[in-house]
Design a binder for this molecule. Structure first.
Ligand code: IPT
Length: 980
């Protein structure tokens, strides 16, 4: 075994401590984080004193003296980041280092924060040893207590402790911490996130009585064949362990095997225990489970698991990575409520309290080390620290601080070496150490295609086709046959997929089908959980969220930091609603002839739990209105089982003239820790009756020429020259005219490394954002007013020939549109439909179709057919960087009304995408932040026959072929019915 001490750093240069490659000096050896013991503890968070210097140059440590006068210093909240408290500014880069790459050196401009905290030691504080604990400091800290230096450390999201007992004094004590924003450690912390220096996790003093626990390691395995758990707790020093509920009382180091209920993410059974040594009593929460890779599969307690995961960064829009217990709990409740069962702690170990909550609430955790050197990719991976012996002690220190701290959490099922470091001997050394220290957990690392050090094959952003090949174990071979054979035998996870930046991600359902089809595909982790938009206010007090570049950074990656399923304030985005539906652990499918299902097939897609915790309400709906409701009797199916459950007879008194559907749902039968009874887990809709025959359309009015260059047809008045509708039912309207433009989404814009699928730039190149309209003919043809136009962008011969055929039955107007593309279209179209402007007082929308949230062709799983109503303002999805949003899919009809109930009803044939907003697509496109969008005096409608899919091209694959909107002839119709 390679030990940590064996690696002697070779110091080539005489550099200051914050630039040398060592992890630090003076710290206590790492051990398990064991909160709640009976030893005295003094939290040291609060209002500290703070001084910021622009460089690290000062050797002057006089501020560390207790008597130093800090009265002129500022106040700073600790835990916290100084850049979020008015000192300096945050900066965002994805992979590029925000300083010259010359490891391990950092620039002179190295913001350095001196911190002082004076505290009173409680009168009853016991004498003897005490550990001064830092949960996380970015990126390098040097520490003094009462003027004596304790040491220094790097490793921002890892714990560090100093022995401080002999320095404590009765009464006033002064802690001084000098924190450098940049250090050699920064080279190892190139994660895609804000650079946020500071003391951002808890600081505390822990009394260490004689005989206190230095370290404890809980080994709690579960044998699914016998139903027995085996417990052994190793402790330094030795002691005794009691588990009252299991009647166990053992010496440490001794094992016992007894019948237990296992821990799983679905059934997070914990046993309260206590470890007592001669000096301390420590509560433990024990979960029995066994994780193995066997038969090419990742199994827990003997069964393969399916990871329905997310990548979680620690983030709060006001406090950055200083996240409180409330934020951690909120994240986990939201995850559980949205069917998420797994977290990858991208890309560093989280606050340990988060893992305790994962144990309690039930999540599978991939605990990732605080390590990423992605910026070296831009240098062809030259001088990559993970492949340079001098850095190995720092790497091992990081591995060790993570594993030792977190090893007792049943939720942690894999260790991850880090993210995006390329390959190197240092990683292998970390892996070897981890295997030796904790053989009970498989290892994960994505960055090495050969998987030399890992137990699972992991990829990020692989497209569906590649995932399918991997699922079949027919992926491209590695050049090395032995490695290839080994990798081909490994289970597969997507450690990142479905880039949730802005509108999207699209294509989730298709990934899920692959995961469910191929046992090798054990799921994945959506990138990522939350947008890291920082809360800001305009001069007028309007809240918005900032992204890269908003703080004057000289290099930055814009809004690539806003790519989560939650908006920054933790409001679920449509992407999260979609993901919840796609990964629902219960599935409903129609059984029987189309439009007359006699039964529904219910499948339990969970891995461990039966269905006994769920109830199954159904409703029978006509035109979106419930006619009858009840509860299905579904047997408590075991994991993987399905059953056909008979549906009741359709209600006899149900109206016959509307579209009829069954909606079947799975809800919590009783309160759970993470949601209340009635909380919805899954749902399905089945057509309940053949569609009624639509009423025939009989035009009865003919176009009439007016005196003032107008044409009148039924309730419509048209401009006789352009053929454009100008009044409808007495109200002014603009359009409708053909529209193919949408404000490109982040996924439309694509990423430089996905050159083939950057639709946004291509659309702009062709000129879809500046289409011109030409009227070719306005003619009366029988009952119809026919308007022929050509719609095209400047500088190309591409265009559309459009024929608008207007008819009226006297009360309503019907528009039939026939579109023929001209030229050789090099790109798919953003959308295809018509745009029209209405009076701004038409502020309320009611519709029958998909809802309640937005949906696009490949993000439509969560759209439920029903009758919905929302104000126009609430139809907007406030993406941090404004972009196309808010379409409602499968709309049969929509009504826009004024407060007095008058307005307009629009029926579509076929169903259409309905979008309404108080600004135009051009204004949406121009906006950089949400306050840039200012409501005008019109409501702009897009009535779309089709939309291009969304995909995941902002980082991963683009739109699947079946969701691409290729330019092709199309015909569609709308009926406009004034509501009076
Ligand atoms: C990948 C990173 O691992 C992750 O941290 C994040 O940057 C994500 O992408 C995109 O948001 S790396 C990517 C360039 C493939």
């Amino acid at each position: 075994m390679v030990t940590y001490e064996e690696h002697v750093p070779l110091s080539e240069e005489d550099v200051p401590y914050y630039e040398d490659v060592t992890p630090g000096s003076g710290c206590l050896p790492p051990g398990a984080w064991l909160p709640g013991s009976d030893a005295a503890r003094l939290p040291l968070g609060g209002t500290w004193r703070f001084r910021l210097s622009p460089t690290a140059a000062s050797e002057d440590a006089s501020f560390a003296r207790p008597e130093y006068d800090d009265s002129a210093w500022e106040e700073l909240r600790v835990p916290g980041h100084w850049v979020l408290q008015g000192h300096g500014a945050p900066a965002y880069t994805n992979t590029g280092y925000p300083f010259p790459v010359d490891p391990p050196r950092v620039p002179d401009e190295n913001p350095t924060g001196d911190h002082r905290y004076a505290f009173d030691l409680p009168a009853d504080w016991p004498a003897g040893s005490a550990a001064l604990h830092f949960g996380g400091v970015e990126s390098c800290a040097r520490v003094w207590l009462n003027g004596s230096e304790l040491g220094h450390f790097k490793g921002s999201r890892l714990p560090h402790e100093f022995e401080a007992g002999s320095l404590l004094r009765p009464g006033r004590n002064v802690l001084a911490v000098r924190v450098h924003q940049w250090s050699s450690g920064s080279y190892l912390e190139d994660q895609d996130q804000w650079w946020l220096p500071g003391v951002f996790r808890e600081v505390e003093l822990r009394h260490r009585p004689e005989g206190a626990v230095r370290d404890a390691f809980v080994h709690a395995e579960y044998d699914h064949r016998t139903g027995q758990g085996t417990l052994r707790v190793d402790s330094d020093p030795a002691g005794r362990v009691t588990v009252p509920e299991l009647g166990l009382e053992l010496a440490t180091g001794e094992s016992a095997t007894v019948p237990v209920e296992p821990w799983t993410a679905e059934t997070p059974r914990l046993y309260d225990a206590e470890l007592a040594t001669s000096g301390e009593r420590v509560p433990l929460r024990i979960g029995f489970r066994t994780v193995v890779v066997e038969d090419g599969l990742l199994k827990v307690n003997g069964r393969p698991i399916l990871l329905r995961g997310v990548n979680r960064h620690e983030f709060d829009p006001a406090h950055g990575r200083a996240v409180g217990a409330d934020v951690m709990r909120r994240d986990l409740l939201l995850m559980k409520q949205h069917n998420i069962n797994a977290v990858r702690t991208s890309h560093y170990p989280p606050d340990p309290a988060f893992l305790a909550l994962c144990d309690e609430l039930g999540l599978w955790v991939v605990d990732e080390c605080d390590l990423e050197t992605h910026g070296f990719a831009q240098q062809g991976w030259r001088a990559n620290p993970v492949d340079d012996e001098r850095w190995t002690p720092a790497l091992l220190d990081r591995a060790r601080r993570m594993v030792e701290r977190d090893k007792n959490h049943p939720s942690v099922i894999m260790w991850s070496l880090g993210n995006e470091c390329g390959t190197g001997r240092g990683l292998s050394t970390m892996a070897a150490w981890m295997r030796e220290r904790d053989p009970s957990r498989p290892l994960h690392y994505e960055g090495d295609p050969g998987c030399a050090d890992t137990d699972v094959y992991s990829r990020m952003y692989a497209d569906h086709a590649e995932v399918e090949r991997i699922g079949r174990r027919t992926e491209e071979p590695l050049p090395d046959g032995t490695l290839d054979a080994r990798r081909r035998g490994l289970p597969f996870v997507l450690c990142e997929y479905a880039h949730a930046m802005g509108n999207g991600p699209g294509g989730l359902s298709e990934y899920q089908r692959l995961f469910e089809t191929y046992e090798r595909c054990q799921g994945g982790f959506v990138w990522e959980w939350i947008d890291h938009g920082l809360r800001q206010y305009t001069a007028d007090g309007v809240r918005y969220h900032a992204y890269g570049g908003d703080f004057g950074e000289e290099v930055h990656d814009g809004n690539f930091v806003c790519d989560g399923l939650l908006f920054p304030e933790r409001v679920p985005s449509p992407g999260l609603i979609e993901y919840k539906k796609v990964i629902e652990p219960v599935r409903f499918e129609a059984v029987g002839p189309d439009g007359a299902p006699g039964a529904v097939r219910v499948t339990n897609l969970q891995d461990f739990a039966d269905l006994s915790a769920l109830a199954f309400p159904w409703s029978y709906e006509v035109e979106g209105l419930p006619v009858a409701e009840g509860t299905l009797a579904v047997p408590p199916l075991l994991p993987g089982e399905s059953a056909e459950v008979k549906l009741p007879a359709p209600p006899e008194d149900a109206p016959r003239d509307g579209e009829a559907l069954w909606t079947v749902r799975a809800v919590l039968a009783e309160d759970a820790v993470w949601a209340e009874a009635g909380h919805e887990i899954a749902w399905g809709q089945l057509p309940a009756a053949p569609l009624p025959v639509p009423r025939p359309w009989t035009p009865s009015a003919a176009p009439r020429r007016g005196t003032d260059r107008t044409l009148t047809l039924g309730p419509g008045v048209f401009d006789a020259t352009t053929g454009v509708l100008s009044r409808l039912g007495g109200s002014p309207v603009t359009g409708p005219r053909l529209d193919v433009w949408r404000a490109p989404t982040d996924n439309d814009e694509g990423a430089p490394w996905q050159p083939g699928q950057r639709c946004g730039p291509e659309w702009r190149r062709i000129g879809l954002h500046r289409m011109r309209h030409r009227t070719d003919a306005v003619t009366a043809e029988g009952d119809a007013l026919v308007v022929r136009t050509r719609v095209a962008p400047a500088a190309t011969s591409l265009g559309f020939a459009v024929v608008h055929r207007w008819t009226s039955d006297g009360a309503a107007l019907r528009l039939e549109v026939a579109v023929t593309p001209q030229g050789d279209w090099p790109a798919p179209l953003p959308r295809l439909g018509v745009r029209m402007g209405l009076d701004g007082d038409l502020g309320a929308v009611r519709w029958f179709g998909g809802g309640p949230g937005e949906a696009y062709p490949d993000t439509s799983a969560a759209a439920r057919v029903g009758r919905w109503s929302l104000p126009v303002d609430a139809l907007q999805t406030p993406y941090v960087r404004p972009q196309e949003n808010g379409a409602r899919i499968g709309v049969r009809w929509a009504e826009l009304t004024r407060p007095d109930g008058t307005g307009l009803r629009i029926e579509g044939e076929p169903h259409y995408f309905f979008t309404a907003r108080r600004w135009t697509s051009e204004e949406l496109d121009a906006a950089r932040h949400t306050p840039d969008l200012v409501a005008g005096d019109r409501v702009w409608l897009n009535l779309d026959h089709a939309q291009h899919g969304i995909g995941s091209g902002s980082c991963g694959p683009g739109v699947l072929p079946k969701y691409r909107l290729e330019a092709a002839p199309a015909a569609f119709a709308f009926t406009f019915r004034p509501l009076e």
